[in-house]
Design a protein around this ligand. Structure first.
Ligand SMILES: Cc1cc2nc3c(=O)[nH]c(=O)nc-3n(C[C@H](O)[C@H](O)[C@H](O)COP(=O)(O)OP(=O)(O)OC[C@H]3O[C@@H](n4cnc5c(N)ncnc54)[C@H](O)[C@@H]3O)c2cc1C
Length: 289
């Protein structure tokens, strides 16, 4: 079967690979060009891309079972599976410490390297139909035909809106956060944690969460209620670079800015249906502290 997958995010890539393994010919269409050769990946269409991610064990187990090469590539890129020992001495995976960029770069390289998977860069403007059935897509006015079209265009995807009912659940959950990445100096310990992946603290009017990723890289989240306006200014670059400046003068000198200059200064509003407009970035690169 000729299959088009709209979207080369984790869902689209995983589907493309597993369909290709079942001898289908798959074309993945995505407007995002992927990472540059030096590893920088802006990923403007996926607002949460540079926000903190933690990977549940199912993610690792699914890759190990169906795409072991992608799992291996992820480990080689630095992913850190966290194993816990149960009271009976058996081991279980708790989570995987990794930035999403590290995960998706490994998955993408593996899947787009498969002979039965073709990558087509472009924005899908519409799904074409014949007799009420999907028959392909239009990319920049050019049609591409297919026997099956799969919409994996994510929470911001709009291309199939007219083909399905609107979501029945969703709305603002009342919290928003900004986050930013740092990296421990090579010999520094991360400090006290509540579990092998995170630390969390409650403060007057906000919450702070620290997520460990791979190779000593970690994210710090500042979470606020959307009803309060006091910390809204944190979304601006000038305000959110302050913690980095403080970290350099930290007496214990444990942290530095993360290695690649990811744009970290936009807010995540935790809502299942709304997309938060990203404020204009200032010229300074936030991760250069
Ligand atoms: C703030 C936040 C924090 C999160 N934290 C975690 C976490 O800690 N752990 C976790 O496992 N998950 C987390 N998630 C969820 C995770 O990010 C999503 O489940 C994941 O992104 C879904 O992947 P996807 O491939 O379905 O969609 P996406 O990642 O959104 O990918 C969709 C792709 O489709 C492309 N696309 C869209 N429309 C078109 C079009 N018309 N033409 C061409 N291409 C198009 C986009 O460019 C993109 O590449 C978080 C989500 C949010 C919002």
């Amino acid at each position: 079967m000729r299959i088009i997958v709209i979207g080369a995010g984790p869902t689209g890539l995983f589907l493309a690979a597993t369909l290709a393994l079942r001898e289908h010919r798959v074309t993945v269409v995505d407007r995002d060009p992927g990472p540059t050769p030096d590893g920088v990946w802006r990923r403007r269409g996926v607002m949460q891309f540079h926000h903190a991610h933690l990977f549940r064990p199912q993610c690792a187990e699914t890759l190990q079972t169906h795409l072991p090469d992608a799992y291996q590539a992820w480990l080689e890129a630095g992913a850190e599976p966290i194993q816990l020992t149960r009271s009976d001495g058996t081991r279980t995976m708790f989570a995987v410490r990794s930035r999403r960029q590290t995960f998706e770069t490994a998955l993408r390289a593996t899947v787009l390297g498969m002979p039965a998977v073709t990558f087509h860069r472009g924005h899908v403007d519409a799904v074409t139909t014949v007799g009420g059935r999907a028959a392909g897509v239009k990319v920049a006015s050019s049609p591409i035909g297919a026997d099956l079209v799969i919409d994996a265009s994510g929470r911001a995807g709009r291309v199939a809106d007219g083909l399905r009912p609107a979501p029945s659940v969703g709305g603002n959950c009342g919290i928003a956060y900004v986050d930013r990445q740092y990296q421990l100096w090579p010999d520094a310990e991360p400090g006290p944690l509540l579990n092998p992946a995170a630390w969390q603290g409650e403060f007057d009017g906000y919450q702070s969460i620290l997520f460990l990723h791979e190779r000593g890289i970690f994210s710090v989240l500042l979470v606020r209620p959307t009803s309060g306006r006091d910390l809204v200014g944190l979304r601006h670059n000038e305000a959110s670079t302050r913690p980095a400046a403080l970290s350099r003068s930290s007496p214990r000198g444990r942290i530095r800015s993360a290695p690649d200059p990811s744009p970290m200064c936009f807010p995540a509003e935790l809502s299942t249906t709304t997309t938060v407009p990203r404020p204009a970035q200032t010229a300074a690169s936030p991760c250069q502290g």
